[in-house]
Design a protein around this ligand. Structure first.
Ligand code: NZQ
Ligand code: ZN
Length: 380
């Protein structure tokens, strides 16, 4: 096990009706900027619950943080926050609203253009932020990451910001999610765990078991969650899987990959493809490309998750990759570039971008532009 420091300050408030707790979590007298996406929260009652819970606070609303939040939109929210002198933020929505609000919380305290913060990070100077999560997927409700896009240049970059002070997770608010978003959320959670797991075995038995526990749970609940979305117990499990998948709990003392995500972000930046859908395409292709290097862990994964206990290591690894791709297909997601209408020119463009940026992703920083190109070729 490698040395590590673990500290996750986010308070989780979980369960039916818990949005009503909001007022207890925000200090009296705060001037709050509440941020939203495109309006789903008006239809499912979340907006009314938030409004009711915040009675008595000075509240400014900002609407319209889009999926894959854009700096062009967030600049407007930052301007509004400065004008209203807000000193607390509340994000109500999915990962995009929460990520965007992390940037707003830093941008309000920053004199220059907020895009600078995306490029250099903004861990120190941020306003406090709480969240009401409506989409289990990103883990943004309990981590310090965010991913921001820039429309004019079709770029999308991750950066590190602040942890939410608290996050409210009421599984009943997920009942209105479009099935495609549920599928993408399951895939995103699955791949978050794999980015922290699929390196080499023998680093930590405990991290391996916890990671396998999350993935196992996802595979078990996925068919039922997709069939019947208003099952409280199952949506609770899904929500908790998503949060635990990317809040540092399965990352202690182990190496991490993240190349699938970095390549997936380019597919979203260039084609607007939903985040989880990009991962369902890239992960199997990355494993096909890096099979020799990840062989021992693929075999462990295949045996423990898919009960593959026959054949040579190579045959077992192949089977594990095939089972994973079939799982993504069973969610109704594309698993090949062609399924999403993405062709050769995108592979060349991503390779060009990565060459210019001199990228080196993966647990050994050996996924260069050239290897990323091979991975994408293996996603055809
Ligand atoms: O905008 P509204 O109208 O609210 O609709 C949203 C949006 O269209 C809708 N939705 C959300 N909750 C709903 C709902 N519709 C009905 N009922 C509900 N309860 O779902 C659509 C997608 O929402 P979005 O927030 O974009 O999805 P997600 O949570 O998957 O977030 C994706 C973003 O997070 C980033 C991704 O790159 C992408 O930009 N990520 C953030 C991470 C992090 N902060 O740690 C890690 C991830 O790897 C990921 O990269
Ligand atoms: Zn992700």
């Amino acid at each position: 096990m490698e040395n590590f420091i673990f500290q996750n300050p986010t308070k989780l408030i979980f369960g039916k009706g818990m949005i009503g707790q909001l007022a207890k979590e925000i200090p009296a007298g705060k001037r709050i900027l509440v941020t939203f996406g495109g309006g789903s929260v008006r239809k499912n009652g979340v907006y009314d619950q938030v409004k009711e819970a915040l009675k008595g606070f000075e509240v400014t609303e900002f609407w319209g943080i889009e999926a894959n939040p854009k700096i062009e939109t967030l600049r407007k929210a930052i301007e509004l926050g400065k004008e209203k002198k807000v000193d607390y933020l509340l994000a109500v929505g999915g990962g995009s609203v929460i990520d965007g609000t992390k940037l707003i919380s830093a941008g309000i305290l920053y004199e220059g253009d907020a895009w600078d913060l995306v490029l250099k990070g903004c861990e120190k100077h941020t306003l406090p932020l709480g969240t009401v999560l409506t989409l289990p997927a990103t883990g943004s409700e309990m981590n310090s990451g965010a991913v921001i896009s820039r429309k004019e240049t079709a770029e999308k970059y991750p950066f590190y910001s602040n942890y939410p002070v608290f996050s409210i997770l009421d599984p009943t608010v997920t009942y209105t999610l479009p099935p495609y978003q549920v599928a993408c959320g399951i895939a995103d959670t699955f791949v978050h765990v794999m980015e922290q797991y699929m390196t080499t075995p023998g680093q930590s038995r405990l991290m391996d078991r916890w990671a396998e526990g999350i993935v196992h749970t996802l595979i078990e609940i996925a068919p039922e969650v997709l069939r019947k979305q208003d099952n409280y117990e199952l949506m609770s499990e899904f929500m908790l899987c998503a949060t635990m998948g990317l809040n540092g709990f399965v990352a202690m003392g182990v190496r991490q990959d993240w190349a699938t995500h970095m390549i997936g972000h380019e597919l979203t930046a260039l084609h607007g493809l939903t985040h989880g859908a990009t991962l369902a395409i890239v992960l199997p292709g990355l494993w096909r490309t890096l099979k020799q290097k990840k062989m021992a862990k693929l075999v462990q994964y295949g045996e423990r998750i898919w009960h593959i206990d026959q054949g040579t290591d190579e045959e077992r690894a192949d089977k594990a990759i095939q089972k994973t791709e079939e799982f993504f297909k069973s969610l109704g997601l594309p698993t090949r570039l062609g399924d999403a209408g993405i062709g050769e020119e995108t592979i060349l463009e991503i390779q060009k971008r990565f060459t210019q940026r001199q990228v080196a992703f993966g647990e050994d920083q050996d996924v260069t532009a050239e290897i990323a190109g091979q991975i994408l070729e293996n996603c055809k």
